[in-house]
Each structure stands twice: as C-alpha cells, then as structure tokens.
Ligand binder design. Sequence first.
Ligand code: NDP
Ligand code: 2IT
Length: 444
Amino acid sequence: MKYIERVLAELKTKNPNEAEFHQAATEILNGLQPVVECHPEYEKYGLLERFTEPERTIMFRVPWVDDQGNVRVNRGYRVQFNSAIGPYKGGLRFHPSVNLSVIKFLGMEQILKNSLTGLPIGGGKGGSDFDPKGKSEQEIMRFCQSFMTELYRHVGADTDVPAGDIGVGGREIGYLFGQYKRIAGEHVGVLTGRGLSYGGSLARKEATGYGLVYMTEEALNCRGDGLKDKTLIVSGSGNVAIYAVEKAQSMGAKVVAMYDSNGYIYDKDGIKLEIVKQIKEIERGRISEYAKRVKGAEYTEGCKGIWNIPCDVALPCATQNEIDGADARSLVKNGVKVIGEGANMPTTLEGIAAFRKAGVLFLPAKAANAGGVATSALEMAQSSGRLFWTFEEVDQKLKNIMVNIYRNMDAAAEEYGVAGDYVAGANIAGFKKVAEAMLAQGVV
Ligand code: NDP
Ligand code: 2IT
C-alpha cells in the first residue's frame, strides 16, 4: 500500500467516528501526493504518522451555574497539534456542534494555514459544546471564567495562544483574558483578538474577511480581472462574513445574499452592511430582521437556497460543509467563477470535485482565511515588542501576507505539476515548511 493510503487507513482505524477529521486528513494527504513522492525521507522518518497525531489532546469539564441557579456542565477541548514552527496557535469555538472530531479537523488545518502565513506559529484549536445563543451576559462570563480556570494551566504567551472562532468574539476573549490574568498573575499576550484597550491589535477584527477579499482580488488580477462590478454571495453574517462584505463592497462588488443558521436574506440592490452590523454585532439578533427593515429585501427560512442564487463569486464564511456536491453543481450551473473559502472546510470533498471539474477558480480555506491568524501573529509581535502599529500598518502587512500566500500556493502547484490546483498547492506549500522543521528537530 502506498504511504499516504496506509497513513489514512490507519488514521481512520485509530480515530473511528471522526468524520470531519477524516475529511480534512483525506483532503490534505491526497493533496500532498506529489510532494511525498519526491521525498522518500518523509516515510523513513514517519513524518505523516507524526503529522496526523496531535502532540497533546486536552479534554476537560466546564461546570458553571446558570441564571436560575442550575448547575450546567459542558466539555472543553484544546488540541495542541503541532509546535514544529512555533507555539500552538488557533482559535476557540463555542458551538453545540463542537466535538473532538471538529476540533481535530480544525487543528490539523491550522498547522498548514499557520505555516502558509510565513510567521512562526504552530497549530492548535480548542473550544466547547457550549451554546452561547440565548445566554445572558452573566452566563457567558461565568462560562468563560470556568473554561479558563482549567485552560490556563495549558496555555501561555510562548506555549499556546488561543483566539476567537465561531461563538468567540471580542466579548468572550475579554472574559477569558480577565480570568487568565487573575489566575496566572501576568498581563501577557496569551490570547489574541484582545480589545484595543488591553493589548489587542488594530485590524484584527477585520483581518479574516479583509484578507479573504485581498486574496480573491489578487487571484482575479492575475487573470486580468477584478472584483469590481461582480455579484457576490457571502454566507454567514458573523465576524468573517461582515468584514468580507465590507472590503468587497469597498472594491465595487455587489453582495446580494447572506445568511445565519436560520435562513438567508436576498437584496438584489446590494446588502446594506450597516444594517447587518446593527442587527448582528450590536443587537445580537437574527438576520431575518434585515428584511423587516429594508424595503425590497427578502428573507427565506432555511440556508440551502442561497446557493441557487446566481453569482460570479461565492465566499462561504459560516461553517464546515456548508457547500455540498449539489450546492456546488447549482453554483456552477448559474455561472459562478470563483470560490473563496472564508470558513474552515466549508466545501465537502464532493463539492470540491464539482468545482474542479468545472474549472472554477477555487481558493481553499487554509490559504484564503489565513489573514485572521496572520494578524493574530502580528498582535503577538506587537505584544512582545510593547509596540502598537497603526491600522494602516497592520492592514498593509496583512495585504502583503495574503498576496504572498497566493503566490506561494500558485508556485507550489506549478512546481509539482498540478498548476492551478490550489487545494494541492496550499497543502504542499504549507506542509513543506512544517516537514523541514520536523525533520530538523529529530524524532519528537
Ligand atoms: P461567528 O460566530 O462570528 O459567525 C458565524 C456565522 O456563521 C454566524 O452568522 C452563524 O449563524 C453562522 N453559522 C454558524 N454555524 C452555522 C451553521 N451550522 N449553518 C449556518 N450558519 C451557521 O464566527 P466567525 O465569523 O468568526 O467564523 C466563521 C467561519 O470562519 C468559521 O468556519 C471559522 O472557523 C472561520 N474562521 C474564522 C476566523 C476568525 O478570525 N474569526 C479566522 C479564520 C477562519 P448563527 O448566528 O445563526 O449561529
Ligand atoms: O481558524 C482560524 O484561523 C481562526 N479562528 C483564527 C485563529 C487565530 O489564532 O487568530
């Protein structure tokens, strides 16, 4: 059996019932085929067996008391996947769908994403099956404090630096940071995405969405085209989606649809982002509100229909597997030219195959959404150096990083005979640096 097939088979046997982890590993390892063939030393030194096994998996009880005085128990996770090129780095997700498989798929993606940024950060991910929806401010705070009361012993500014992800934004990072500082007694850069008044970086909030659009624009520019006057669908209406829409609109694109987990809005005149921000960021409400406030806009219950709306560019920015094979075929039928993945693993393997077959320009998540973690690394640099860069300085660095990632994955795909296949190109470009660092450090 070929090396990759053997490692994948063993991974599935060793980690049964972890569908998302299997899916990410399949996509990554298959993408690495050309590079593994050129490097027999990878097999000799068990590189893929080590790469697919987290260095450490932490699971813990998170007890808290709700507003009615009931004791509630959630499960917390931190998977410290790979520290070959730097301290573990990656977000925390609070969502009822979180389980070990989800955290492991996210952690494995994060290793390669972080490598692609060119910055010294290893890969990790964590979170909880806690559902922030419908919880009071006080309940969120108590939960965050309980979560950090266990997590604090495993993290540190030079060991593991978490950040936000689904359900974890500025508010949660604030509560988590406050509790870390209280227990550990140090005001250090142990989390990123912090508020600007206590060590955060300008442009971190915008970074993932902006970065996604910078890369999409660069890929189009390289083909003599651009986002101007293009029709876009941006799924989700959280942090990544909102700032992707903001940047795309500033470049002259028209965004006609967005969703949350209940349903989607369609505004043929172009989404009014200030209203979305008011509903989602300030009121923490539902996207359906938009159609009540904007004349001519429509709301449809359920998410799937969004992919039947004709568009030139689709930016899935909500969650994993939001575009399946049928959704991809529908997008292709309606003339989609570009997919830029803002969410992590938003397209199923069948969906990716459908886009590949149709020759759609496909920018995979680990490259396209790397702007968030890259800016987190810039936040770490500012914390260590006791520096504070302007918005423009951070934004310019972010833009350069996104253009570089695009060029590196494009060059890697070309070099290994799969030109234009950025799923392979991103995996190869990300993996080569991790492999070099792991080989240099011996069998650890
Ligand atoms: P948020 O919590 O801010 O927003 C998530 C959005 O996606 C919400 O609109 C949410 O709707 C929607 N959503 C979540 N789950 C589902 C679902 N099952 N079906 C439909 N819609 C859903 O998270 P982020 O914007 O931070 O994250 C979005 C994606 O981007 C995730 O995949 C994340 O891993 C990825 N990402 C985030 C980065 C960051 O810096 N924040 C960096 C790189 C990637 P609702 O409000 O109804 O739950
Ligand atoms: O998926 C991701 O890259 C993130 N959620 C951001 C991680 C980070 O450490 O900023």
